[in-house]
Design a protein around this ligand. Structure first.
Ligand code: ARG
Length: 485
């Protein structure tokens, strides 16, 4: 512990020169960020090396300084990787910890590294480098999730289940079609992340503390070294705004919202009261008291973790909203929500890609982690009069106005309900009798109505792009595969 009575002698603080009193331990802890921003060590070193190369190229530091800095940074990178680096709270953050170690290793060259830059543009650069990598990881994982969904959807391109509105049986759809809805949602999610990446990938370095620097720097060179598409055009904006991080969190919230909806469905489908699916054991847990239980813990946690991701979005929006230009220490609070969001999204996608996936057994059969119980889906369709709209459409196609057709079919449903049967179980004569109160409907009913009332007939009739006909579902899957190729 440094001697707090003689702060000027304490070499720990890079900025302590003008202070007459040391900060208390509590303030030190409160203001330090090293224990969470050390995650950006690799990015910090990369950024510093690019900066040092530019300084040497511009003649701002000497060639030997650069060589010393490169040698020192290589050693530091090794120490961090091996877990040997001594992170120190006294050195506040990742930037000062690394710079201090560099100076200890290579002397003056280490002290020259910070020429023409500030921690303000340094940290903004580090976060962007870090986030760019996280986005690339997420984009790869969304793709893996989508490939798993496509496989499952293809297997069930013809499997009927009730489509719901208001959680009431509405019309038949195929399970493949239902799954493809999530493919579309995550396709937009991937677009959002890719779009966000464009704005993340701009270089703040060169903005220095806020106003730029008096040294003849070459920002384009640094941008190219670090793989940035362009430089941030305004120094005040470059060091202060975190809108790119907010955008990332917003895209994450939407992705998690989609996965939360899917989770809710898996949970519901797995409930014995519904029983549409079974989920492989390794995504579930038992109960410590009720031996019969198999709980869908993973989907439940995804649903739950959506809350913390939404919370991080609000945290960052709130963090930003009151800040005057330019940099304020408030911004140090951007990291934990951002890291937590990326961690949560990455873990969630990884586990979800696995959960929606399959494995090929020794005998060559493919076993999906989501096991569909076709009979239960079919039984639910029967109970819900799912082809009632098809019957109405049939009458409309024969000239009956839609409102009259709606009424005639409602009568038939009422009759079926009374008798405890489904619509296809009526004979033609019985159906006519049920619709007697709408006389115009009766002569329109002919033998071909039988096919219209079947689930297969209903599905096959929705024959257009975006419809649930199995041929259309297969076409959608083929389109999706081509887009991912
Ligand atoms: N640890 C700080 C952060 O995360 C780095 C920038 C500090 N700049 C300063 N002027 N205190 O934002």
């Amino acid at each position: 512990m440094a001697d707090q009575s003689a702060p000027q002698d304490n070499p720990a603080k890079a900025w302590s020169g003008r202070f007459s009193e040391p900060v208390s331990d509590l303030v030190k802890r409160y203001t330090a960020s090293v224990f969470f921003d050390k995650r950006m060590a690799a990015q910090d070193i990369r950024g510093s090396l690019a900066h040092a190369r530019m300084l040497a190229r511009q003649g701002i530091i000497g060639a030997t300084d650069l060589a010393d800095i490169e040698r020192g940074m290589a050693q530091i990178a090794g120490e961090i990787e091996r877990g040997e680096f001594a992170w120190n709270l006294d050195d506040e953050d990742v930037h000062l910890n690394i710079e201090k170690r560099l100076t200890a290793l290579v002397g003056d060259a280490g002290k020259r590294l910070h020429t023409g830059r500030s921690r303000n543009d340094q940290v903004a650069t580090d976060i962007r480098l870090w986030l760019r990598d996280a986005i690339d990881t997420i984009l790869g994982l969304i793709r893996e999730f989508q490939l798993a969904v496509l496989e499952l959807a293809e297997h069930h391109a013809d499997t009927p289940l009730p489509g719901f509105t208001h959680l009431q049986v509405a019309q038949p759809v195929t399970f493949g079609h239902h799954l493809m809805a999530y493919f579309e949602m995550t396709r937009r999610d991937a677009e959002r992340f890719a779009d966000c990446r464009k704005r993340v990938n701009r270089l703040p370095l060169g903005a220095a503390a806020l106003a730029g620097t008096t040294f003849p720097i070459d920002r384009e060179f640094v941008a190219a070294e670090l793989g940035f598409d362009e430089v941030c055009f305004n120094s005040l904006d470059a060091v202060s705004d975190r809108d790119f991080a907010i955008e990332f969190c917003a895209a994450s919230s939407l992705l998690m919202t989609h996965l939360s909806r899917l989770s809710e469905e898996l949970i519901l489908w797995m409930s014995p009261r519904v029983g549409f699916i079974d989920l492989a054991d390794r995504f579930c847990t038992g109960s410590s008291i009720m031996p019969q239980k198999k709980n869908p813990d993973v989907p439940e946690l995804v649903r739950g973790k959506t809350g913390r991701v939404n919370g991080s979005l609000i945290a960052l929006l709130t963090l930003m909203k009151g800040q005057p230009l330019a940099y304020n220490k408030d911004n140090q609070e951007d990291k934990e929500p951002l890291f937590d969001t990326a961690d949560t999204v990455i873990d969630t996608l990884r586990i979800y890609a696995d959960m929606m996936g399959s494995r090929v057994d020794a005998d060559g059969t493919r076993a999906f982690n989501v096991r569909v119980k076709r009979e239960a889906m079919r039984a639910a369709l029967r109970q819900g009069y799912a082809t009632a709209t098809d019957l109405a459409d049939y009458l409309v196609k024969k000239g009956l106005p839609f409102r009259d057709a709606h009424e005639a079919v409602a009568l038939a449903v009422r009759g079926a309900e009374k008798r405890g049967i489904d619509l296809p179980e009526f004979t033609l004569e019985e159906l006519k009798a049920e619709m007697a109160e709408v006389p115009r409907a009766v002569p329109l009913l002919e033998a071909d109505v039988a096919h219209v009332l079947t689930v297969e007939g209903s599905l096959a009739a929705r024959q257009h792009i975006g419809g649930t006909a199995p041929t259309q579902v297969r076409a959608a899957i083929a389109r999706a595969r081509a887009a991912l190729a």
